[in-house]
Design a protein around this ligand. Sequence first.
Ligand code: AMP
Ligand code: TRP
Length: 328
Amino acid sequence: MDRKKRVFSGIQPTGIIHIGNYLGAIKRWIDLIPKYNCIFSIVDYHAITVMYDPKEFPNKILEAAKVLVASGIDPDKAILFVQSTVPEHTELQWILNSITPIGDLERMTQYKDKKQQNADNINAGLLTYPILMASDILLYKGEVVPVGEDQKQHLELTREIVRRFNKRFGDTFPEPQTLLGVAPRIKGLDGNAKMSKSLNNYIALVEEKDEIWNKLRVAVTDPARKRRTDPGNPDICNIFSFHKYFSSEEEIKKIDNGCRTAEIGCIDCKKILAENINRTITPIRERKRELDSRDNEIRDILYNGTEKAKSIAEKTMDEVRGKIGVKF
Ligand code: AMP
Ligand code: TRP
């Protein structure tokens, strides 16, 4: 029988979902829904590894759920739930903690980066973060995991955990496959680092039209192009790279040529981009605005997702407990 494969992915409720998250992951999630059994989680326990405001946190979780639904995650066709509402995630993590060498965790680039960014709060959760991520996926025996490039290394580690577990306790988990997004690594508006919430170099997925322009107006372009009359080089211009995801082929050709010949300036190029980003995200922003007054419906969607996720998670945990010898 041709069984639909299982997809799992997660996003942290850290406030803002930006166009990097959308192009790197969420757009791919939506494409997969018709062909796979999809489970998507708002991973709140991952987000508490950095400083956060517990009073604001419930709103952030709800906000993330609204943006996901507004983007096109249909809760009738995919499971959408909050990680902490299925306690089996942390239970499985404890077990996987015990088969994961610390050295493997210390090698993770994200851990090294976060250690630098959070020098006053280097907690054990930052180190074991990828084991919780492995637990998220394995609890549902996820086979395909759509993520941005920054998560590739964590998925390598997940596969190693699978191999180690299966070898020691018998075949239990499939090795999940990484599926990169449409744009696996979008740079921020500074043209330097990866677009991210913490660096404030993003355009939010529900950004207002004026705000898109305010942000693009000052965004970095080809650094060598100092004057309007200088020819530019689209190959190294960060703004040009955004056009590839939001503008038509015809527009891209025109801009490429116009920039190289100095026929058009950076401001003209940015105006076209602002228009096109706005056109793409307007339907999402409008659906999100409608959902803003429907908190209870969103909560129901999430509770419903919890029930469905829980029934799968409980089965896996029962099997795992048996395999590791803690079932009497
Ligand atoms: P996070 O917000 O860290 O939970 O990330 C959610 C998803 O978005 C993950 O699959 C990330 O890999 C992806 N992602 C985050 N930032 C970017 C970026 N700048 N470019 C592409 N994908 C990204
Ligand atoms: N660590 C991921 C990120 O920061 C989010 C995440 C948590 C995730 N659990 C996951 C992604 C499981 C895919 C599968 O982006």
